[in-house]
Each structure stands twice: as structure tokens, then as C-alpha cells.
Design a protein around this ligand. Sequence first.
Ligand code: 5GP
Ligand code: ZN
Length: 135
Amino acid sequence: MDDCIFCKIIKGEIPSYKVYENGDVLAFLDITPVNSGHTLVISKNHYDNLIDLPEEEAGKLINVIKKITPAIVKATEADGFNLNLNNGSAAGQVINHVHFHIVPRKNNDGYKLWPGHVYPAGEAEIVLEKIKSNL
Ligand code: 5GP
Ligand code: ZN
């Protein structure tokens, strides 16, 4: 995609700090990290989002994530990490080239996960049936 920032990074038209690459996947440091070592993992072929991503490409991304995450955690002396994918603008996706975020986390780094809530009576059953009928 000519106007895609991540495709430009893959082509070398925009510089990046490359963490790892193979023939199919590129991992590079996020330009505005949540924590130091925050890494983005992308397929070298352009797909807008996870729904468009073929299964085979998804597997390749996960394999690279599994390979590099221990090194990211060790290098940053992290206590854990978040693996995140924002899908669609409602979920905070800004760059429409599917990407996973690997965010190293420290105990007490101050970030909170989303709050949960209890299902109102009957809602879990309703949404479950709706999801299953769309599978
Ligand atoms: P999204 O909100 O789409 O899930 O995340 C996009 C991410 O891409 C953001 O965290 C942002 O900092 C990162 N980003 C945007 N432009 C660039 C860039 O030119 N270089 C790098 N390395 N990261 C970028
Ligand atoms: Zn792209």
C-alpha cells in the first residue's frame, strides 16, 4: 500500500529500529513507547486488520512474537508484558496495517487494565447465543 506508514517502514523509506525480521515478518520499536522496548510486530504483506489476515500469516506473526518476547523481557528487565492488538478505530487502531504491540511491563509501573463489570441478569446468555449464531 503506497500510503501506508508501515509498508514504508518495510520498504526502508521510513527508518526504524528493527528488532527482528525474516522473510515474512518485521518487528521494530514503537516510536512512542508505553514502556522502553515496546515493539510492534507486522506482516510484510499489507492487511488492514486481524480479520483480513490469513491464518497462515497469523501463525507467522505469533511465531515471531514467541521468539522475540523473551529477549524483550530480559533486555528490559520486565516483570511481564502485554500483547495487544487494536482492531478498528473504535478499539484505538490508528495505523491500518495489522500489528501486535508487545509492551514490557514492570510491577507497579502504574498502568491499569480496563475495568470489568458484572453481567446484568440474562445478558451473558443472550450475547453468547448471538455470538454462536454468527460463527
Ligand atoms: P495503533 O494505535 O494503530 O494500534 O498503534 C500504532 C502505533 O504505531 C502507535 O503506538 C505509534 O506510536 C506507532 N507508530 C506510528 N507511526 C510510527 C512510525 O513512523 N514509526 C514507528 N516506529 N512507530 C510508529
Ligand atoms: Zn501497510
